[in-house]
Design a binder for this molecule. Structure first.
Ligand SMILES: [Mg+2]
Length: 275
């Protein structure tokens, strides 16, 4: 009687262990057959930091506080200048509005969902300090240009979102989006330069400033070293660990890289300690 009971328990235990290992294999197999699952998964810490770290919020305040100081300095130097109007140029995504829910959703689904539906909803919230800064610049008679690589077809939704968060001057003349054939933002910056003194530029991507387009990952770092004095003066940078040209540079801007290749390049690019 007792032997049979022990045997039953043993069989049950064996079946449980076997089922659990099968489940484990299935999870592994999913990672192999659907690499996107783990590629998106790798963004967890970046999105978590962006959404939940007080430090992330503090860096936005820091950038916009410096912006206000620099704006005051630049405006006092411009006094008496009649020819050109003062302007500030800002990127939109991860500079003024927070798109992190889109990336958080991608971690959940395992797929990179297109921006269109997210942008269409025009529900992105403002980042810390952004709207205050924009209103301050507006109150000082500064023209605000929103230069973003969002598509022209997304212009109406983009303006709707900017208006909804209370961003001033958010209209068709001040929101300059990517035009067909354009790679970067330089042509649109030049349109503003023709009629304005650009006092400050704000962005989460080096290509929000001139001279940083299409550089290699190490070339970008070297360019930052060369121009180190410009940051916190004319150029204000915000943190975006979730995506950006910094990531594309790791893949040599090759849009055809597979997810497995991207994973490999990400890991190869790490500077490692070998104990
Ligand atoms: Mg951006």
């Amino acid at each position: 009687m007792e032997v049979s009971y022990v045997r039953k328990i043993t069989i049950l235990f064996t079946i449980t262990v076997f089922s659990l290992s099968l489940l484990g294999l299935k999870v592994d197999a999913q990672n192999v057959s659907n690499p996107q699952t783990f590629l998106q998964e790798q963004n967890t810490m970046s999105v978590l930091w962006f959404q939940r770290a007080g430090e992330a919020k503090a860096l936005y305040y820091q950038g916009y506080n410096i912006g206000k100081m620099r704006l005051n300095e630049a405006l006092s130097k411009l006094k008496g200048e009649k020819d050109l109007k003062p302007a500030v140029v800002l990127d939109i995504d991860e500079t003024i509005v927070d798109n992190s829910p889109l990336f958080a959703g991608n971690i959940r689904t395992g797929n990179a969902s297109p921006w269109d539906r997210w942008i269409d909803q025009a529900k992105a919230k403002p980042l810390p300090g952004a709207v205050d800064f924009l209103r301050y610049a507006d109150s000082k008679g500064v023209d605000i240009y929103y230069i973003s690589n969002r598509k022209e077809s997304q212009k109406e939704a983009t303006i709707r979102n900017l208006k909804q968060i209370g961003a001033p001057q958010a209209d068709v003349d001040h929101v300059l989006l990517l035009q067909p054939g354009e790679i970067g933002k330089e042509r649109r910056r030049q349109i503003v330069v023709a009629t304005h003194h650009i006092l400050l530029l704000f962005g989460d991507n080096l290509s929000d400033f001139n001279g940083f387009d299409e550089l290699s990952a190490s070339g970008r770092i070297q360019a930052v070293e060369r121009r180190k004095d410009e940051f916190g003066k004319k150029l204000i940078v915000f943190p975006n660990p979730m995506y950006g040209d910094w990531e594309e540079a790791i893949y040599n801007y090759n849009v055809k890289k597979t997810d497995n290749e991207k994973d490999k390049l990400r890991k190869e690019s790490l500077e490692k300690f070998h104990p």
